[in-house]
Design a binder for this molecule. Sequence first.
Ligand SMILES: Cc1cc2nc3c(=O)[nH]c(=O)nc-3n(C[C@H](O)[C@H](O)[C@H](O)COP(=O)(O)OP(=O)(O)OC[C@H]3O[C@@H](n4cnc5c(N)ncnc54)[C@H](O)[C@@H]3O)c2cc1C
Length: 367
Amino acid sequence: MSRPRVVIAGLGETGVLTAVRLAKRYDVVGISTKPSLVSGQELGLRLTRPDWWARDYHHAFESLAGLDRVRRVHGVLSGLDLDTKQVTITLADGSSAQEPYDVLVISTGVQNGFWRRPGLETADEVAAGIDDAHRRLAGAPSIAVIGGGAAAVGTAWNAARVWPDKQVDLYFPGEVALPEHHRRVWTKVRGQLEQAGVGLHPGHRAVVPPEIDRITSEPVSWSTGQAEVHAEAVLWAIGRTSPNTGWVPAELLDEDGYVRAGLDLKVPGADGVFAIGDVAATDPLRSSARNFTFKLLPRNIRAHLEGKPLKTFEPPKRRWGSVNGYQDDGLVVFTPKGQSFRIPRLPTDRMVRTHVVDRGYYRGVRR
Ligand SMILES: Cc1cc2nc3c(=O)[nH]c(=O)nc-3n(C[C@H](O)[C@H](O)[C@H](O)COP(=O)(O)OP(=O)(O)OC[C@H]3O[C@@H](n4cnc5c(N)ncnc54)[C@H](O)[C@@H]3O)c2cc1C
């Protein structure tokens, strides 16, 4: 009897983590616009120390042992037929292909700024994009970061630490930044930003120019009335995300274009279809990328195929995790209750990387 076929639509963070857990048991096909796992995490590290970032957040698919059994298709998903249970893919040469599924995992994520683009790219193009953004910031004497979420805050802090000679400013609309984290997180992070010399500008709501998909250099004006600001490099990290769901039938989407999914990650009204990650409207924070659901989903797929009940995850009410990323002295993680703990460098490198990340998450990384 042939093994059930699972198609993973989008091999980003959650798609890869799901695929490596299913590959031994099922016939797994992964569809990806990139030839590598390009994580959406830790923008600040990526822009300021791209090589350091890449050790943890950018992996060629060939280096991930868990993907050896996954058949990978490099192309852009362009359609989904729920009746015949197959997806359509536009391949690099312009031709199209169909992949039938018993189970489909929608994990195409979101588009966000220049650092998360869903288009088809070669390895060289991915590398050039990362390098260009780094050089652009490295060459600018002054940097203005617009936004108040973790990507903006982490970028401002990392830039000020790596380039102490630059003027780095952070502009955000509220009284506090990191509004979706526990209030204690901002209190702590604000102190770190001040110590690093970042200029903090609360109450600044920028007039958003038409094109924020690049690092800009035009003056920034404010709908909150302050004087225009000039900086050599302006980074827009205002959380303007859009879901990569142009290929998904509208009946599966909510009013903002995200895929409707339950806390068991199942998509209602579509047999055998699951959604995970930033594209999945499971809860108000769409938090299924970061709450260990990459372990829940493979279990639920197996339960679905065996006709057993599915389990659910409990979404936290607040964001949690790291803000500044791995540093030379380790990794600071904030909990949903606003406490923080540091995993120091030595155990981070040896234990966390080897055992937790490489083996535990990815089922082996060939470094
Ligand atoms: C273990 C873990 C820890 C985390 N910790 C934190 C943390 O501390 N702090 C924090 O803020 N966040 C954290 N996150 C969350 C993280 O920031 C993002 O939410 C996560 O990267 C989103 O993953 P994703 O798979 O939904 O999207 P992505 O990683 O963006 O993957 C989507 C993929 O689909 C591809 N794609 C898009 N459209 C198409 C198409 N039409 N055809 C084919 N492919 C397509 C994209 O190119 C991309 O490769 C964590 C996530 C994980 C898994």
